[in-house]
Design a protein around this ligand. Structure first.
Ligand code: SF4
Length: 85
């Protein structure tokens, strides 16, 4: 069973409609925070949480997901189709 947290994104003009963090995959590497500090922080369990799903532009969000060594960040488009990984 995966332990995923979903964050809906409503940023205007964005093709990304949802960010999902798989908490079981997250190993607290914090690469996502380095790329998009306005989007993520580590919670009390040292797992990434999204603090503002609308803060970053699409390119930054994609780079933050690609930076995650365990692919714990999943991105979905507005129609609900997974676009990363
Ligand atoms: S880069 Fe991946 S493993 Fe590291 S904190 Fe972010 S989600 Fe977790």
């Amino acid at each position: 069973m995966s332990n995923q947290t979903e964050y809906l994104r409503t940023r205007e003009g964005s093709e990304i409609g949802k960010i999902v963090v798989d908490r079981d995959l997250c190993i607290s590497a914090a690469a996502c925070l380095t790329v998009a500090p306005e989007t993520y922080e580590l919670d009390g369990e040292n797992k990434a949480v999204v603090i503002d799903p609308n803060a970053a532009d699409d390119e930054t969000l994609k780079m933050s997901a690609e930076a995650c060594p365990t692919k714990a960040i999943l991105l979905f488009d507005k129609a609900g189709k997974q676009i990363y990984p």
